[in-house]
Design a binder for this molecule. Structure first.
Ligand code: GDP
Ligand code: K
Ligand code: MG
Length: 300
């Protein structure tokens, strides 16, 4: 129903951290639904992605962010860092995600920015499923709590759903009282076109080598329902002819596989039969061109 819930709780929660610590995986597993694309490559997430969870009188509006990263100067990288920094402000709770014992200068950079944030910070130490010596965890958590000024520290495994209920309870008790911002069945504020483009980008990111993902963008050209069929046409922009060749693959096999995988995910998300067409186009320089970025939807 669309009627606002009175005397409930509702608030914004930013999920922040350096690239690849598992922020998007955490969002998807907290929601129990895939909203944000994930891969083992850094900088898979480019925009802040909103995931909404409503249970009874509690509504949590999660904002998944691109990982704050250092050392890259292209416009697309600056855009991602801005999106991450903006999301830290004006939220009710920040979840700072780190990866087990691995702490580097990018974690330091995140901690540095968070030192200016007024909202309570919950440190989520992720991927504990990968820790062999479980006894080493406690002293590590202790050391982190001495080093950082955070309200809580929780060890979790986003991938294995371990301790996520505890994390959620710690979040909920810090949310302000207020009416819900979204209807209870809404799971994101992003458009279906955006979600479709992200799904294509995920499949490409997972299929291809390490260099290409940063130099590839997806634009939805057609998104039209005809009867029981949803027609989607997506344009994949790359920077160089060699990248187009890699993406298409031998006899078009790679692009076909990407198309099949993307279509299956879209059918799950949109609960409809999908006809998906993919095109690849070379547009050199787009990732360092502010205007091209805006036209691709990287607005801030
Ligand atoms: P993000 O860049 O911080 O959003 O990270 P992603 O959510 O894209 O995850 C990066 C990689 O870490 C992916 O390969 C995930 O499957 C993996 N990952 C995330 N959470 C966990 C976890 O709890 N345990 C393990 N073993 N892997 C994880
Ligand atoms: K990633
Ligand atoms: Mg991510």
């Amino acid at each position: 129903s669309d009627s606002p819930v009175l005397n409930g709780r509702c608030g914004y929660v930013a999920i922040v951290g350096r690239p690849n610590v598992g922020k998007s995986t955490l969002l998807n597993h907290l929601l129990g639904q895939k909203i944000s694309i994930t891969s083992r490559k850094p900088q898979t997430t480019r925009n802040a992605v909103v995931g909404i969870k409503t249970e009874g009188d509690v509504q949590i509006i999660f904002v998944d962010t691109p990982g704050l990263h250092l050392g890259q100067q292209k416009a697309i990288n600056r855009y991602m860092n801005r999106a991450a920094s903006t999301a830290m402000k004006d939220v009710d709770v920040v979840v700072f995600v780190v990866d087990r014992f691995i702490w580097n200068e990018e974690d330091d950079a995140v901690a540095q920015r968070l030192s200016q944030v007024k909202s309570p910070i919950i440190l989520a130490v992720n991927k504990v499923d990968q820790i062999e010596d479980k006894d080493s965890l406690l002293p590590h958590l202790q050391a982190l709590s001495e080093k950082l000024n955070v309200a809580e520290i929780v060890p979790i495994s986003a991938l294995r759903n371990a301790n996520l209920e505890r994390l959620e309870a710690l979040i909920v008790e810090r949310l302000p009282e207020g009416v819900h911002m979204y209807p209870e069945d809404q799971i994101t504020d992003r458009s279906s076109r955006f979600m479709a483009a992200e799904i294509v980008r995920e499949k490409i990111t997972r299929q291809l080598g390490d260099e290409l993902p940063y130099e590839m963008a997806v634009e939805i050209e057609e998104f039209k329902q005809e009867g029981s069929l949803l027609n989607i046409s997506a344009l994949i922009l790359v920077e160089k002819p060699g990248q187009k060749k890699i993406l298409i693959g031998d006899k078009g096999e790679r692009i076909k596989l990407i198309g099949t995988q993307a279509r299956l995910d879209m059918e799950k998300l949109f609960e409809m039969k999908i006809m998906l067409k993919l095109w690849v186009k070379i547009k050199s320089g787009w990732s360092d061109d502010e205007r091209a970025l805006r036209s691709l939807g990287y607005n801030d």
